[in-house]
Design a protein around this ligand. Structure first.
Ligand SMILES: [Zn+2]
Length: 196
């Protein structure tokens, strides 16, 4: 028997493995079941991100979603590669470590957004700006953005996340007042959008 023990990572294990006493067949079964559960936990974390985004919509919502999308893509590819390598008894410890490292990312990101918003006791600040255009993407994410002239230096446009009502209420050219919360950990989020 060559390769690695899927259970404890020992190199060239005997059968059963003298390090963890598991047989190769049992190790592979446990490994793949764990991989499946881990992937499910990761995806649940990505789902938990959506209500967090809904209640405390960050000003840079799109940047965060792109980041999470890239992490999710990497994690799912890793899951497939790990599964294949386990079947072919190829080395996988390095990839497995990356997979484990990325596993809590969507949960941490969701938790961060909730902490950032839920315990943010500072009063919102007001930014008066103008709607330049609107953007809506149908589908699970229900992305709705008001594109407004930015008040931040070095930035031309802000893509302000809004709910269905606000999205319908405002038109291009409208002057709006945006109430921005600074956020407990410094992630600015949208408290409300008013007509100015
Ligand atoms: Zn072992």
């Amino acid at each position: 028997m060559t390769g690695y023990c899927l259970n404890c990572g020992a190199q060239n294990p005997s059968e059963p493995c003298d390090n963890c006493a598991s047989t190769a067949a049992l190790s592979e079964f446990i490994f793949r079941r764990r991989l499946l559960y881990s992937t499910a936990i990761f995806l649940l974390g990505a789902l938990a991100f959506l209500p967090a985004m809904h209640y405390y919509p960050p000003l840079d919502a799109d940047g965060m979603m792109i980041f999470l999308g890239v992490v999710a893509a990497v994690e799912l590819v890793l899951a497939v590669v790990l599964d294949r390598r386990a079947r072919q008894a190829e080395p996988l410890e390095a990839l497995r470590r990356i997979f484990r490292g990325l596993l809590p990312v969507p949960w941490l990101l969701s938790l961060l957004l909730v902490l950032n918003g839920r315990f943010d006791t500072s009063p919102p600040y007001r930014e008066v700006t103008r709607v330049v255009s609107k953007f809506a993407m149908p589908g699970v994410l229900h992305t709705r953005r008001l594109m407004v002239t930015s008040w931040r230096p070095g930035q031309r446009i802000e893509r302000v996340p809004v709910d269905e009502d606000d999205f319908a209420r405002f038109r291009n050219g409208d002057s709006v007042e945006i109430l921005v919360q600074p956020g407990l950990v410094g992630i600015p989020w949208i408290y409300s959008v008013l007509r100015h």
